[in-house]
Design a protein around this ligand. Structure first.
Ligand code: ZN
Length: 688
């Protein structure tokens, strides 16, 4: 389970220093974790209520069905808080999306405006904005209106929106009524003029939207109708009549097609406001490249966004694509970032491909915020925020405030990007150097571990897979690891249960190269595979033996200055010396993990051949190499060769609890050409 800081002390592999960054732009260099700061609630012109009022003002009451809804989850347990973050159909936020984002950041402080409470059972929770004690804080999501929320999640709908509305008369009125007039033309630019409708007779939403009004389709061939009749005559649409009509688009202006766009000029000094349409044609942009700077394909639509996520590999002096991580884009469609005007927001989520590329084919405008979340069905990466240098969390004054950051996958804010950057949103994680506890360390390690899990799985199709959604906890100041396999040891406390990871990985100074971190990742992943083969009861014996061997709890200093114990690290000598009651479990589990760590981590054959026992004690790290190899060995009685990795790993069944029981389990697989006496001699050599 646990691994000393320097498994394989013979390590003499040359580790290159940090490489120069290439021309890729980095958008994540700050060092400190940044807090999300919210402003006032936004009066969203696309709120169904606002649209309905706008329609009533200029025409009559239309039925306006929602296309999107903002929901708020009331979380009933810490485990549910974790589960909801992992749900691939949901993109959740710690803060309400109907409020101004004054500063985007890495975390949101739930204690803003709240007070900490302790319930009768001793659990902790938040009152105030964060929800009632003892529940974890609310989570928020913006989802399509017909989204069916799975499971037993409790939620309420805070607001409903219609983002498909095509009637610009109603849109304009709603912008006016919600004091967003200055943003109107920015929004209109994101619309296709061919789909715009005006007046009171047109359908409010395109006929493709479920639950829309029953008006006949008015969207003819692109370019709109060329007849001379009144624009947008009703064809069985809503019957609202009376009241001043919005401005019709003059027939001549209907030819205003992309890249030109219609601009609506408003004169609010008159009542009602008067309108004028202009067709504005920007100078033609240079043709977009088919491949962006990331080497990723682009959409031809200049308003769609595309980018890539990459991480420095300081062991190959290269740059690796970060594979299969979630990318979330919040769209604000306005350039008025600095004016303090609240901006309606929409949210889009995708995942990176094998090349680290991602694309979202929607019409964006103004600024977008981009975040990367390290989660996919293979693994997710968390940060032990209780073990981070206090100086890195300037706004936290209590470890309890950090608990929710600690439970969920790491989300790294990439930055805010303007229209000129939409095609080429590069997120790059350079190696973090030596500043323990920074967001640079967190992001580099999370991206690297995410990829190393993929690498391990690709390299080991022949052995049992680790659990899906492997829960990996990163510890910034440490170099050791552990395979706790979730809540096996902290069964009693709900918070500790939810916090318990499958794997703990130190990402500290002696794990700051891809090579060194990879050894640890592959070691603990091997344990996870072994766990899947032997089951919980077997694993519990192993963990309890290793904890018993660890006489010295790892101390921790919370940001408040209070000291405590790191519940996920074990020091002293977790592997023991071999005379402990269940040392056989340790011998079996650690030897296979040490072996595969070297094999998948790229150790040379000469290095592997030198290995015998861990720290010259009793764990037979060299056994599996010698069962397989045909090399002539000077010091080991190795006349055996040809066992496959699948045979050796598959023999690690529940009744194998020592090297002698492993010998008996594996023996029937003795490959042809070997003899039994040699086999027993080799296995006896490795039994101590
Ligand atoms: Zn181990």
């Amino acid at each position: 389970m646990s691994c000393s800081q320097d498994d394989f002390s013979l390590d003499s592999v040359n580790e290159p220093n940090n490489t120069e960054r290439t021309t890729l732009r980095s958008s994540t260099v700050s060092g400190q974790f940044q807090e999300v700061i919210l402003g006032d609630e936004i009066d969203n012109p696309f709120d169904v209520e606002n649209l309905t009022n706008a329609a009533a003002n200029i025409c009559s009451t239309f039925p306006i069905p929602p296309t999107d809804k903002l929901i708020r989850f009331t979380i009933s347990s810490y485990q549910e808080y974790v589960d909801i973050h992992l749900d691939p159909t949901l993109t959740v936020f710690s803060y309400p999306l109907n409020r101004e984002i004054i500063q985007m950041g890495d975390y949101y402080n739930h204690m803003s405006g709240g007070t900490l409470t302790v319930d009768a059972a001793g659990g902790t929770g938040y009152a105030g904005e964060g929800g009632a004690s003892p529940s974890p804080p609310y989570l928020y999501s913006l989802v399509s209106a017909d989204k069916v929320i799975s499971g037993s999640y409790q939620y309420s709908v805070l607001e409903e929106y219609n983002y498909d509305i095509t009637n610009v008369s109603i849109i304009a009125e709603s912008f006016i009524q919600t004091s967003n007039t200055v943003l109107l033309n920015e929004y209109l630019r994101t619309m296709d003029p061919g789909t715009m409708t005006t007046g009171c007779g047109d359908p409010v939403v395109p006929p493709t939207v479920t639950g829309g009004p029953t008006g006949g389709p008015s969207g003819g061939p692109t370019g709109g109708p060329t007849g001379s009749g009144p624009s947008g005559s009703p064809t069985g649409g809503p019957t609202g009549t009376g009241g001043p009509e919005g401005p019709p688009i003059p027939d001549g202006k209907k030819d205003c097609l992309s890249p030109c766009y219609l601009v609506l000029t408003l004169d609010e000094s008159t009542a009602p406001a008067t309108f004028n349409w202009e067709c504005f044609c920007p100078p033609p942009p240079p043709p977009p490249p088919v491949i962006n700077d990331c080497g990723c394909p682009e959409f031809s639509n200049p308003r769609s966004v595309a980018g890539c996520v990459n991480v420095e590999n300081n062991s190959t002096s290269g740059i690796d694509p970060v594979q299969d991580v979630r990318v979330t884009v919040i769209d604000s469609w306005t350039t008025h970032w600095l004016t303090g005007i609240p901006r309606p927001k929409r949210v889009f989520t995708t995942t990176t491909d094998d090349n680290g590329c991602w694309r979202i084919d929607e019409n964006f405008g103004g600024n977008v915020w981009v975040s990367v979340e390290f989660v996919n069905p293979d693994s997710y990466e968390r940060l032990n925020v209780l073990d981070v240098d206090p100086g890195m969390w300037p706004s936290f004054n209590s470890p309890v405030q950090m608990i929710h950051e600690f439970l969920k996958p790491v989300t790294a804010f990439s930055g805010r990007f303007e229209e000129a950057e939409f095609k080429d949103i590069n997120t790059f994680y350079p190696n973090w150097g030596t500043d323990v506890g920074t967001d640079l360390q967190r992001n580099w390690a999370a991206a690297t571990i995410n990829n190393q899990v993929k690498e391990f799985l690709a390299a080991t199709p022949d052995i049992t897979s680790p659990p899906a959604y492997l829960n990996i906890l990163m510890q910034p100041p440490r170099g050791d690891g552990a395979a706790l396999m979730s809540d096996l040891i902290y069964d009693g406390d709900p918070l500790l249960r939810a916090a318990s990871p499958d794997l703990v990985l130190g990402i500290g100074l002696n794990r700051r190269t891809n090579f060194r971190l990879g050894l640890l990742t592959f070691h603990e992943l091997t344990h996870a595979c072994h766990y899947m083969q032997v089951g919980e009861n077997w694993w519990k014996v192993l963990i309890e033996q290793e904890i018993a061997n660890s006489n010295t709890p790892v101390p921790i200093t919370f940001p408040t200055g209070v000291t405590g114990t790191n519940l996920f690290s074990f020091q002293d000598n977790p592997h023991g010396i071999g005379d402990e009651p269940n040392a056989g479990f340790v011998a079996v589990a650690e030897s296979i993990a040490n072996h595969l760590e070297g094999e998948i981590g790229g150790r040379s054959a000469a290095f592997m051949e030198r290995i015998q026992f861990e720290d010259n004690l009793y764990i037979p790290d060299g056994l599996y190499w010698d069962l397989n190899d045909a090399m002539v060995d000077a010091t080991v009685p190795d006349n055996i060769s040809g066992f496959t990795r699948a045979q050796m790993f598959n023999s690690l069944v529940p009744n194998v609890t020592s090297i002698p029981t492993y010998r008996d389990q594996l023996q029937p697989d003795l490959p042809p050409g070997n003899n039994l006496a040699d086999y027993n001699t080799l296995l006896n050599f490795y039994t101590r």
